[in-house]
Design a protein around this ligand. Structure first.
Ligand code: MN
Length: 433
């Protein structure tokens, strides 16, 4: 338990924030549900919060993967928030992301608002609605949080009809900037009324220019590139806890404007990244906070393999030595679960039964092939204007096709036979060519 500060005025005690985002509960990857991983993350995070004893947990948007999450995903979210509170975390702030339905996120608000749990599902007309004053257990002001959710077009649009796309884009960026200015101004105004100059922390769910996306990040503003710069965040914000990008990062070298990233890899492209939760320690307003990354364990191994057949066979086989020995207790949950594989074939040989061949290597091993993608290089047709299609027989066209796709000589005979057979079949049944 945290003990209350010795006096009710200055100086401030050290404040600790745990910053996370983009949980995407309910997500599915190539047909595989991620619930087991999310439940494992939730269990780990509850322990992490119990260990770190932060003053506040900030969850910067995309709690759920869809606007209509399953009951199982919702239950996991509510259970997690309740467990954090039961574990003694005094404040939890949740903002809505672009994947979240604001009405769903906000629905629980009446039940939890007196419990130290604050939810901002969407922007309202009053910027002060996003300004939260956190107090310690003695009732002394500790910190102000600008809990800015994902800003939808209609939340910030200052545009009028008849505007060009460029004007609309500029209007949207100005609208987002204006919103941040208004919320920060309301926070500063609130601070002036306090005896203690508490730090102000911002939140956001958006694509800030200079960020690196990662997998599964939907375009925020369809048809535009409405990226805002770090300059929209006022110098009055001691830290900005961002969500939306799944790769943990600081933006444009600003050490106090950060994306925590998603706690589990949302796709195979993120398989090799270390997932993080950020611990932010603030000494006081105007003092640069200390940011310490906390490593999130890997709850499901994802392995992406790309190459020709020889490389795929070698890489898949090499995974066997990393699997747990049957009958032995696995060292961790990671090894107890099958590896999920993503195969991208880039060889030149035509392998019609690619998936079967991969499945046969994997055989009884605890490896699940989630996706097989054939990216055999395909040459584009070279233009030959002097020859018209009328001058060619169907088989001539087929031979040119084999040529253009660089099909090895050794395979051409059998493919030509199959082609002739198909063509004969079509002619026999009268199908149009
Ligand atoms: Mn998002």
């Amino acid at each position: 338990m945290r003990s209350p500060p010795p006096s009710d005025k200055l100086p401030l005690s050290m404040l600790t924030i745990l910053h996370t985002a983009d949980w995407h509960f309910g997500a599915v990857l190539y047909g595989q549900r991620r619930h087991r991983e999310h439940a494992a993350f939730a269990e780990w995070f509850i322990d992490c919060v119990a260990r770190e004893k932060p003053d506040v947990v900030l969850i910067s948007g995309d709690i759920f993967d869809t606007t209509t999450p399953s009951h199982q995903a919702q239950t996991l979210y509510y259970d997690t928030i309740a467990a954090l509170r039961r574990g003694g975390c005094p404040h939890i702030i949740v903002t809505g992301g672009n994947h979240d339905a604001p009405s769903l996120i906000n629905a629980i608000q009446p039940l939890v608002q007196d419990q130290g749990i604050y939810i901002v599902g969407a922007a309202t007309e009053n910027p002060a609605d996003e300004v939260l004053l956190l107090r310690d257990s003695s009732g002394n002001p500790q910190m102000i949080v600008c809990a800015v959710p994902y800003l939808r077009d209609r939340d910030v649009r200052l545009s009028e009809s008849g505007q060009s796309p460029d004007d609309k884009h500029t209007a949207l960026v100005s609208g987002i900037r204006y919103h941040y200015e208004a919320v920060t101004a309301a926070a500063c105004q609130l601070r002036e009324t306090l005896d203690t100059p508490v730090p102000i922390v911002g939140m956001g769910h958006l694509f800030v220019a200079g960020g690196v996306a990662g997998d599964g990040v939907r375009d925020l503003y369809v048809g535009t590139l409405s990226y805002v710069g770090t300059d929209i965040f006022s110098k009055d914000l001691d830290y900005v806890a961002l969500g939306h990008l799944h790769v943990p990062q600081q933006v444009s070298g600003a050490t106090t404007i950060r994306y925590s990233g998603s706690p589990i890899p949302m796709g195979f492209g993120e398989a090799k990244q270390q997932k993080l939760v950020l611990k932010v320690t603030i000494e006081g307003a105007g003092i640069a906070p200390l940011v310490t990354p906390i490593h999130v364990p890997t709850f499901q191994r994802l392995v992406a393999i790309s190459g020709d057949w020889a490389k795929i066979e070698k890489s898949v086989t090499a995974l066997f030595s990393e699997l747990p020995v049957p009958g032995e207790t696995a060292g961790s949950d990671v090894l107890a679960s099958p590896i999920w594989l993503d195969i991208v074939y880039t060889g030149s040989e035509i392998i019609p039964d690619l998936r079967d061949r991969i499945e046969s290597i994997v055989d009884t091993q605890p490896i699940r092939v989630l996706r097989v993608k054939n990216q055999r290089p395909v040459a584009t047709w070279e233009s030959a204007p002097e020859i018209s299609l009328d001058d060619l027989t169907p088989e001539d066209v087929f031979q040119r096709c084999l040529e253009a796709h660089h099909v090895p000589e050794s395979q051409r005979g059998v493919l030509t036979d199959v082609y002739r057979e198909t063509l004969a079949g079509c002619l026999a049944t009268g199908d149009a060519l």
